[in-house]
Design a protein around this ligand. Structure first.
Ligand code: DC
Length: 227
C-alpha cells in the first residue's frame, strides 16, 4: 500500500522542495510546500509596511489573507503559482527581504495556528506530499510516512546559492546565504511553538553528498517497504 500522506520536514534548503516535488510527480500526488504560506504572510506584512515585531498586527493580517497555490501559469522555472489576495507573489516570496523576516514571523503562535489549520485540511484529503518544518510533528502527525531531510549548513547554502545564481540574481553572496541559513536554523529549531525537529517515527535522511536522484531512490525504497 502506498502511504497516502507523505510528510517531509527539515531545515532551510535541505532539498525538501526538490525531493518533495519529484516524489509527488512520480506518485501523481499533490505537492504542497507549506513554507510558501509563511513566506506569503511575510511578503504581505512587508508590503503593507507592518512592523514585523508587532505580533498582534501580523497575526491579524494572517487571519485576513487569502493564500492560494495553483498549477504554474508560466514556464519561468516555477513549480506552482503562489497567489496572495489574488496577486502573483511566486518570485516575490523568495526575495532576500522575505528570507530575512520569515523565521521571526513563523514564531508567532497565532500565525501558525491559522496556517496549520489550512494545511491540515489540505493534507487530510490524502494523495499528498507535504513539506515543511512541523508536518510530521504537528500538522499531520498521523502521516504514515515521515521523512526528516538534513544536510550540512554549508552544503545547503551552496545549493541555495546555485539556485539563486541560476535565476540570474547576483545580489547575494554565498556568505550572505550561509548566514541566513544558519540564522533561520537557529530560530526555527528554538521557537516554543512547533519547533523544527524530527518526529519520533520519522526516517532521517542526511543528503550531504547525495544527488537528488539518490535521495528520491531512498524514499522510494521506504514506500515499497510500507506494509
Ligand atoms: O521552507 P522555507 O525556507 O520556504 O520556509 C520558510 C520559513 O517558514 C522557515 O524559515 C520556517 C517557516 N516554516 C515553518 O515554520 N513551518 C513550516 N511548516 C514551513 C515553513
Amino acid at each position: 500500500m502506498k502511504p497516502t500522506i507523505i510528510a517531509i520536514d527539515g531545515p532551510a534548503a535541505s532539498g525538501k522542495s526538490t525531493i518533495g516535488a519529484g516524489l509527488a510527480r512520480k506518485l501523481d500526488y499533490l505537492y504542497f510546500d507549506t513554507g510558501v504560506m509563511y513566506r506569503a504572510v511575510t511578503w504581505a506584512a512587508l508590503e503593507q509596511g507592518l512592523d514585523i515585531s508587532q505580533e498582534a498586527a501580523v497575526t491579524k493580517l494572517t487571519e485576513s489573507l487569502s493564500i492560494d497555490v495553483k498549477p504554474p501559469s508560466q514556464t519561468d522555472g516555477r513549480q506552482y503559482d503562489v497567489l496572495c489576495d489574488g496577486v502573483d507573489v511566486t518570485w516575490a516570496i523568495r526575495s532576500p527581504e522575505v528570507d530575512a523576516h520569515v523565521s521571526p514571523v513563523s514564531v508567532y503562535p497565532g500565525v501558525r495556528s491559522a496556517l496549520t489549520a489550512q494545511q491540515r485540511r489540505i493534507g487530510l484529503r490524502g494523495n499528498v506530499v507535504m513539506v515543511g518544518r512541523d508536518i510530521g510533528t504537528v500538522v499531520l502527525p498521523e502521516a504514515p510516512l515521515k521523512i526528516y531531510l538534513d544536510a550540512s549548513a554549508e552544503e545547503r547554502a551552496w545549493r541555495r546559492y546555485a539556485e539563486v545564481q541560476a535565476r540570474g540574481d547576483r545580489s547575494q553572496t554565498y556568505e550572505d546565504i550561509l548566514a541566513n541559513v544558519k540564522s533561520r536554523d537557529a530560530i526555527d529549531s528554538r521557537r516554543a511553538t512547533a519547533p523544527l525537529k524530527a518526529a519520533p517515527d520519522a526516517v532521517i535522511i542526511d543528503s550531504t553528498g547525495l544527488s537528488i536522484e539518490e535521495v528520491i531512490a531512498q524514499v522510494e525504497d521506504l514506500i515499497v517497504q510500507e506494509p
